[in-house]
Design a protein around this ligand. Sequence first.
Ligand SMILES: Nc1ncnc2c1ncn2[C@@H]1O[C@H](COP(=O)(O)OP(=O)(O)O)[C@@H](O)[C@H]1O
Ligand SMILES: [Mg+2]
Length: 378
Amino acid sequence: MPEQTKLLASALSPGPNALSGKSLSVTGLRKSYGGTTVVDGVDMEIAAGEFVTFLGASGSGKTTTLMMLAGFTEPDSGGISVDGRDITRLNPGKRDFGFVFQQYLLFPHMTVAENVAFPLQLRGVSKAEIRRRVGETLEAAGLSKFAGRKPRELSGGQQQRVALCRVLVYRPPIVLMDEPLGALDKKLRDQMQTEIKSIQRELGLTVIYVTHDQEEALVLSDRIAIMKDGRIEQFDTPRALFERPRTPFVADFLGAANFLTGKTEDGGADDCTRVRLDTGGVLTARSHPCVPGQSVRAAVRPGKLRLVGAGEGCCSGTVETAVYVGSLTRITVRLDGAAPGTQPLRIETAIVPPRPGERVCVTADPEDVSVFAATDGG
Ligand SMILES: Nc1ncnc2c1ncn2[C@@H]1O[C@H](COP(=O)(O)OP(=O)(O)O)[C@@H](O)[C@H]1O
Ligand SMILES: [Mg+2]
């Protein structure tokens, strides 16, 4: 953990476990605007001290969900509770959540110190205590020398750090963040991600974070809720989302999957892990609930397709392109028998790559092959 962050965390933490997060439970949360459902039945259990991220495209309902948790937007139906206590209709000020938004929402007419003091004033903390805690927090964040400045006299990163101090100074057990780093450049964003994660871990805070940036979600989160059209497609650890996507949408959203259409074969003993591809050839998937003879789509990540010698139950094809991108080479392969107009397979390989025009044979380990019913959208 960077020295500055360690200081900030220790200044805010008056003793061991003094600042631990709370658990949050959400059931059947719904919201419509003018007949359009924008949040469509969100259920989730978030443990105390967990870092959870809503990840999804613009318009998928992330902000609306967060605003309902915060109490700024009233749900049409559903319930929210914190450590088992129902807070669905509690007004935002009484929830004691912290919020950090993309627009820092610092008060422009107030100094840095006044901004950080504001939430303590709201909570009726004594003047002397406010002075002490604001001083400590700014000191720990490396912002003491800016205490008397106005926000416009600070850089974007400094402003965002002030916004974070202003939330952490009153020690909320649950912090909600909506694209807080969206306005920062890449380098600063990486640095702030590390800081946020360190503070969250050190203090045991529960954080619910919103972003449309996959990498950011993967770096920060214990679990990620993939949102689509107001619903959670899957709520899981980053690894489970990659290795066990439950829908074609999730398989494709994280890391771009290759989809191969075919039919499951009847292997007897309820085994239909062998998929006979429409192009010819067979791909063996990991075990999954299935019906023999069912039309399916098999999904495999570009990094999980392997090039092997012909005749090993693999799918033959011809290399179309091979582009070296540093540590690996991106190859596209057109399978023999592929219908015109279909996408070639995308493969990433670290071995000496074949050249365009070369004949290859493609396979994958069963563990890396997910199978979905052909009727599953996404
Ligand atoms: N106050 C509102 N009135 C009408 N429509 C809204 C309102 N807030 C959000 N929406 C709509 O709800 C959908 C989800 O929005 P939002 O939750 O902001 O998505 P995200 O944060 O994932 O980009 C969008 O189509 C948006 O236009
Ligand atoms: Mg949003």
